[in-house]
Design a protein. Structure first.
Lengths: 360, 360
DNA sequence: GTGAAAGCGCTAACAC
DNA sequence: GTGTTAGCGCTTTCAC
């Protein structure tokens, strides 16, 4: 097991007497007033209640440590003050920073987050949307789903039916008719590859994300554009399909070593770049001497690696904040037009890339 | 701004007609049955309903894409199938992995997580507990709070009144009368320091967490024990108060360089160790030649740093799972005895520590 | 100034 | 086999 347990002495707790939380009714009984009046006062509704009564209610509520039951409030107001956050992997630094940004913003508006981790599983995603809907969330923030064209319509139907604002982060499908917040992925990939080209590399492999993710598609476009502009060929066998996870990067790097003569790798995110670095290390391929590598995301640790990683910066926290703001805006104004908010990337050059060695 | 926005063309959506989600009542009306019957069938309650009726209900529910309103269910069942997770910083790898483990386990039991990020702020923590209570969570998992003795009683009262199981992670106060899951921090610190001592170090500084955190206290005990056992002195000025954050580690390292002749540092977590590493680098102090450093947590990246970090392993995901299981258990059996579940640490020796250089 | 009553969507005890 | 009824805790309209 790897752990042991220690049983506490059996005990009864005096406070188990106060099993129930105070309700409006309790306060009404205590003060000899009606539930209505108590509700009115505690919600600071404009109404003609005598100061004495008001004081009494406030005092009693305080004493009884009254907190309104949000399930009941949500039921009647049809607004739960929660928002749903669907994320593929909360342990990924990009997403956890995104979540932090969202939380910070929502906190200012007294909304709480219901967190759903999909593990990159499309089925969990679909179920998750229904779960959130049934929980009456006021909005959904949806990150990085990878949808096949077939799934897309199902998905689109689903989102159409949630009746609450949906903001997609990091994957924009026009079919979805909802607001989106994302990085200019095309440009991000373009500047990453351009950097490698400027360093004299011509055989540049890439490790992509899942095939149907729009993020992947957009980054692929940027890669293609940069290669094409430089008059470089784009052999299919230089493109490797990863999964935005470490082991995917590691596996792709194996392939790259085995089947190409690439001198540079562009990994579509830092985590895969990391996986690739480990493979290269195992094969005693030096970075950047034998292989240059550039990542994407600029997660916290990419600058502190054995070989600090050159990467494209993506401001996760700010993206989260912005997504939260847009969700809040659409909750407030349901008929406001949808927007696409795009952040601009920039390249952070560190030590994992260097000019191509001339043949020796 | 750093980003631009693009406005979508204004559009009306045909599906806005189906503004409402289907309710039991809708299905009852549609099938000419009573709400009760529909509820009974959809909840798979043992009851004598004709197969024809059952089929009809199931089919209709399917067609109308019925999902029960969980606010209503929660209100009447006094059980919301949500659990509250209070975490100081979700962007910290230890906590995000913890959250992942909790989510995985809760997912298997159809419970969702309401995530509250406290930013290490005691006030947010207190507010958070009340918020969760008012949201009717079935249990609360509470991580790493740092309570002054004064706060402790307030806090204890608060928790007593939530009426739902509380499982504390990574901070055990007997006064709280709730189950706890944690690492054997005392032992973890002990083996870390022992390792440094075995390497011949005698001037060992430590960077602690906040003063009142039990994690800090326990690790401090382990540190003291190892030092004492080895007959080493324990000058106060070798103990530096950090905050479990990177900048805290960096600041403490400055102090260590300025005011001690330490040859080794034991940082109470990896993130602070990282901060310290950066300071040392800025001061051109070589790790491990001039300074050995050992961390705590074994977060993902600690092995991939420029100088791979020697650290104490803490299985965040498993700790999360176990906390979730205990919470689930107590939801199921409210009167079950509370437990303390302790995981055993082990040291992972990498390159940031080495035997002390003999004076040259 | 304050209260009665209806209803949000659901469950469950009890009729018939 | 199926329906009636009450009620979870709250908001809100309307009456007094």
């Amino acid at each position: 097991m790897g752990y042991f347990t220690f049983r506490h002495p059996i005990k009864t707790y005096p406070w188990e007497v106060f099993a129930m939380s105070a309700t409006l009714k309790d306060i009404a009984r205590e003060t000899n007033l009606s539930v209505t009046t108590v509700s009115l006062v505690l919600n600071k509704k404009p109404c003609r209640v005598s100061d004495a009564t008001r004081e009494l209610i406030l005092k009693t509520a305080e004493e009884m440590n009254y907190y309104p039951n949000q399930l009941a409030v949500g039921l009647v107001k049809q607004q739960s003050n929660t928002i749903g956050l669907i994320i593929p992997d909360i342990s990924n630094h990009f997403y956890s920073n995104l979540a932090l940004g969202i939380d910070a913003e929502m906190n200012n508006h007294n909304k709480n987050i219901i967190l759903l981790n999909t593990d990159f599983d499309a089925e969990k995603l679909v179920r998750g949307i229904n779960v959130l809907k049934s929980r009456g969330v006021d909005a959904i923030i949806l990150t990085a789903a990878s949808l096949s064209p077939k799934n897309l319509s199902l998905y689109s139907d689903l989102l159409s039916n949630v009746r609450v604002p949906v903001v997609t982060v990091d994957h924009y499908y026009p079919e979805l008719h909802c607001s989106a917040v994302q990085l200019n992925n095309r440009k991000g990939a373009y500047i990453a590859v351009k950097h490698l080209i400027n360093y004299g590399h011509t055989d540049i492999a890439c490790i992509t994300g899942p095939r149907h993710s729009t993020v992947t598609l957009e980054r692929l476009e940027g890669y293609r554009l940069a290669m094409k502009e430089a008059g470089l060929s784009l052999p299919e066998k230089y493109m490797f399909c990863g999964n935005y996870r470490q082991e995917g990067g590691a596996r792709a790097a194996e392939e790259i070593l085995r089947s190409t003569k690439a001198t540079a790798i562009f990994a579509f995110n830092d985590v895969m770049a990391l996986g690739a670095c480990q493979t290269l290390k195992e094969h005693a391929v030096s970075i950047p001497d034998d292989m240059s590598i550039v990542g994407f995301d600029n997660i916290d640790f990419s600058g502190m690696l054995a070989v600090p990683l050159t990467t494209v910066n993506q401001p996760a926290y700010e993206i989260g904040q912005e997504a939260a703001r847009q969700a809040l805006l659409e909750i407030e104004h349901p008929d406001i037009e949808k927007r696409t908010i795009t952040f601009e990337p920039h390249l952070i050059v560190r030590s994992s890339t260097k000019p191509r060695a001339s043949k020796s």
